[in-house]
Design a protein around this ligand. Structure first.
Ligand SMILES: *[C@@H]1O[C@H](CO)[C@@H](O)[C@H](O)[C@H]1NC(C)=O
Ligand SMILES: *[C@@H]1O[C@H](CO)[C@@H](O)[C@H](O)[C@H]1NC(C)=O
Ligand SMILES: *[C@@H]1O[C@H](CO)[C@@H](O)[C@H](O)[C@H]1NC(C)=O
Ligand SMILES: *[C@@H]1O[C@H](CO)[C@@H](O)[C@H](O)[C@H]1NC(C)=O
Ligand SMILES: *[C@@H]1O[C@H](CO)[C@@H](O)[C@H](O)[C@H]1NC(C)=O
Ligand SMILES: *[C@@H]1O[C@H](CO)[C@@H](O)[C@H](O)[C@H]1NC(C)=O
Ligand SMILES: *[C@@H]1O[C@H](CO)[C@@H](O)[C@H](O)[C@H]1NC(C)=O
Ligand SMILES: *[C@@H]1O[C@H](CO)[C@@H](O)[C@H](O)[C@H]1NC(C)=O
Ligand SMILES: *[C@@H]1O[C@H](CO)[C@@H](O)[C@H](O)[C@H]1NC(C)=O
Ligand SMILES: *[C@@H]1O[C@H](CO)[C@@H](O)[C@H](O)[C@H]1NC(C)=O
Length: 385
């Protein structure tokens, strides 16, 4: 879900604002504990936080960022937590050094788990959408010092100016995955005249040179706009899952206009060969827009739990039956709804479900100053409710 008015707001709201200090600690919040709405960063002035993203390094350090509207040129602020999200430090900003357009929105983070293209394991990679009235560019940046400093690595892809009307040619919403000694960059693509929008990916073996785009989700129906890829690995069934939103003109499905679909595949490069499946709960309700997906071994053997988040509600949608279409459930959480709400399972604490918080799509631009937050819930407990 990425409305024209939202793009306009992001484009118009450029000016720097006084930025407030990060809340470093909060007494009620214990390291690696469970807590609600723990502040990562308090917005001020005309700032708004949406589209949170993160990477957990091998040593358990969590790096978090988000779309931060307000500052001009825009940049991605990077926050670090070494205690499971209890305390956060603002450690750096990723700035656009190439286009003069800023790093406008839609960040992505990943850690290199093996050396690639002259970069050591432990390198933190970042992408995002840099745009102006002249175009959209998905660029790759890297940090070799634990996200303290950043350098430009390569342009992945370029499209026309930001414009969500079918027929315009921008690109959007990168998602990074390290796989098979390469880096995969998924994104939403309006450049193909056969599709209002489709989902594609490109692969690089050296972080510099990118193979041509390969489709992941592309429907014959022109007005279909599959968007906002997120991918996760589900060990017990040896499958990859891709979730995306799936608006088709004004059509509505179970009361929502941006239903969430998923595909399961043996290889994360072959989603184009899999069937698209809707997430529907009890033949009654469905998540809406900008989904995120993670997997946890908690929640029951053998299949653990697939957890999906959407844009509109505080709940999460879960599946403990290997992604069976009739086995989706809905469970309450204390977190609020957030536009493109990322969720995370802490690597060494599989029952810790982290839910990042920020502004909702509908409240964006209203000056509510909703902070960037982290909530951590006990997945086992919320599954029981
Ligand atoms: C953003 O805030 C700054 C002051 O912090 C102000 O100068 C500017 O006009 C604001 N921009 C918009 C688009 O509201
Ligand atoms: C990030 O950039 C903002 C705006 O220029 C600045 O106020 C802040 O100190 C920077 N933070 C870091 C950690 O560099
Ligand atoms: C857009 O392109 C025009 C023509 O090349 C150039 O003059 C202008 O500076 C560019 N604007 C931005 C924001 O890149
Ligand atoms: C957005 O794209 C549509 C379709 O190509 C075009 O008609 C429209 O003029 C574009 N909008 C802007 C502001 O350029
Ligand atoms: C990994 O990439 C190599 C080519 O570099 C290819 O031969 C191999 O089939 C790939 N393996 C998987 C599992 O995709
Ligand atoms: C959606 O509905 C509006 C108003 O009825 C109409 O103008 C528009 O063309 C429709 N969009 C699509 C893609 O069908
Ligand atoms: C799902 O709900 C619809 C509308 O209430 C009903 O017609 C249909 O039979 C239901 N399907 C199943 C499999 O229960
Ligand atoms: C686990 O997932 C697999 C693959 O979807 C499925 O065949 C199996 O029935 C599932 N087991 C349980 C107990 O849900
Ligand atoms: C957390 O913040 C959201 C607003 O982003 C709010 O809707 C929700 O109720 C808060 N949760 C708690 C437990 O305070
Ligand atoms: C999570 O909840 C379950 C069920 O109440 C409990 O057994 C488990 O100890 C909890 N995990 C932690 C880390 O407290």
């Amino acid at each position: 879900m990425f409305g024209a008015s939202f793009v306009t707001l992001l484009l118009l709201r450029g000016t720097s604002a006084a930025l407030q200090a990060v809340s470093h600690t909060r007494r009620s919040v214990e390291p690696f504990g469970f807590f609600n709405n723990n502040t990562i960063y308090q917005t001020s002035g005309n700032q708004s936080i949406t589209y949170p993203r993160f990477a957990e390094a091998q040593d358990g350090t969590i790096f978090a960022t988000a779309s931060l509207s307000g500052p001009s040129p825009s940049y991605f602020p990077i926050f670090e937590s070494k205690d499971g999200g209890a305390s956060w430090k603002w450690i750096s900003n990723i700035t656009d050094t190439q286009n003069g357009w800023g790093l406008s929105a839609q960040p992505a983070l990943a850690e290199l788990t093996e050396p690639l293209g002259g970069f050591e394991a432990g390198t933190i990679l970042a992408s995002g959408n840099s745009w102006s009235k002249n175009g959209t560019r998905i660029d790759l940046y890297a940090s070799t010092d634990q996200a303290r400093s950043w350098k430009f690595v390569s342009h992945v892809a370029e499209g026309g100016p930001p414009n969500t009307t079918n027929g315009a040619t921008p690109i959007w919403e990168p998602y990074l995955l390290t796989y098979n000694h390469s880096l995969v960059c998924y994104y939403s693509d309006q450049r193909d005249p056969k599709h209002g929008q489709k989902l594609a990916h490109q692969v690089s073996k050296d972080l510099i040179n990118w193979d041509p785009p390969v489709d992941d989700v592309a429907y014959d129906e022109y007005i279909a706009r599959p968007g906002m890829t997120v991918v996760a690995w589900i060990p017990p069934i040896s499958k990859w899952i891709l979730v995306h939103e799936f608006p088709r003109g004004n059509s509505s499905s179970y009361g929502v206009n941006y239903p969430v679909y998923y595909r399961l595949a043996d290889s994360p490069l072959d989603f184009r060969l899999s069937e698209g499946l809707p997430i529907v709960i009890n033949n009654n309700t469905a998540p809406n827009a900008s989904p995120y997906v993670v997997w946890s071994p908690s929640g029951g053997t053998p299949n653990g739990t697939i957890v999906v988040s959407d844009a509109d509600r505080g709940v999460v949608y879960t599946n403990r039956f290997g992604g069976a279409t009739d086995a989706w459930e809905e469970h309450a959480t204390p977190a609020g709804a957030t536009y493109s709400r990322a969720i995370h399972i802490l690597k060494d604490h599989p029952d810790h479900l982290m839910i990042f918080g920020g502004e909702t799509f509908d409240d964006f631009g209203k000056g509510l100053l909703t902070p960037f937050t982290a909530t951590v819930v006990n997945l086992t407990e919320i599954l029981a409710n």
